[in-house]
Design a protein around this ligand. Structure first.
Ligand code: 3AM
Length: 264
């Protein structure tokens, strides 16, 4: 139902419950559909803290998410907007972040790591087919469907940095999260979808070994390490990992995006 301002009021359709967490522009809350009783996650984005450029970027995130329909991408069910907020009604992910599982378990079995990687690659391959790069793949953006199902069912969230990229349009703004960022992004070269494949390589490396391939306290030193593609397979940590898995990492964590493995 629309009120006098022309906006639909989310509270008429959903009962807003507790807060799940907060990001820089967004608060994620739990909500219950008043008729069906089904619970969802609602990402509430405040327009107040955003400048016009950020508002446009957010509108883009919303437009991208609306197009997405893949079992390993958090589904956007509905969008409510008023003068001050956007409310994105999404599938509720009850298993928390993959990152927390990594911390809890320290190391996944290779079978678990392989299944997680397959799901991430499926989802990102689907984005790439549609000309979309995610640009911020990291464990915090990989959410688990439920605690019970565990690692076997994960979905990608947060397209805050995703941009529509087609073959001839390259993004060249530096974004992403330090440890996962591809060398070409750091070198401020025009870059495309291959930057996601690099980040997938970093995530897979962490899933297989429990340690990041690139790590320095200081960001400058970290960036130098990434640009030089300097990482190794510590003998003790990697002793139970197959040669095929290491070979996969070696073909993904490659500085030159033109020879890096694609999702296909
Ligand atoms: O605050 P933490 O890190 O615990 O995992 C996301 C993050 O949790 C969670 O909301 C917080 C702020 O981004 N989150 C994001 N999307 C979600 C979803 N669809 C979600 N939790 C459940 N379902």
């Amino acid at each position: 139902m629309e009120n006098t301002s022309g906006y639909r009021n989310i509270k008429e359709t959903y009962k807003i419950e507790g807060t799940i967490g907060k990001g820089s522009f967004a608060t994620v809350k739990k909500a219950k559909h008043r008729e069906t009783g089904v619970r969802y996650a609602v990402k509430v984005l405040s327009k107040k803290k955003m400048n016009d450029e950020e508002k446009l970027a957010m509108q883009l995130e919303i437009d991208i998410l609306k197009q997405m329909d893949h079992p390993n991408i958090v589904k956007l069910m509905d969008v409510f907007e008023d003068e001050r907020h956007w409310c994105l009604v999404m599938e509720l992910m009850l298993g928390g972040e993959l990152f927390d599982q990594i911390l809890e378990k320290e190391q996944f079995s290779e079978t678990e790591a392989r299944e997680s990687c397959r799901q991430i690659i499926d989802a990102i391959g689907y984005c790439h087919q549609q000309g979309i790069a995610h640009r911020d793949i990291k464990p915090e953006n990989l959410l688990l469907v439920s605690k019970e199902v565990g690692i076997t069912s994960l979905k990608i969230a947060d397209f805050g940095l995703a941009r529509l990229l087609n073959e001839d349009s390259f993004a060249s703004t530096t974004c992403g999260t330090p440890g996962y960022v591809a060398p070409e992004v750091l070198m401020q070269k025009p870059y495309g979808k291959a930057c996601d494949n690099w980040s997938i390589g970093v995530v897979c490396f962490i899933l297989l070994s429990g340690t990041p391939p690139f790590y320095e306290e200081d960001n400058f030193a970290l960036f130098e390490q990434i640009k030089a593609c300097k990482y190794d397979f510590d003998v003790e940590t990697w002793k139970n990992v197959s040669a095929e898995a290491k070979d996969f990492i070696k073909k993904v964590l490659v500085a030159n995006p033109d020879v890096r493995l694609t999702c296909d």
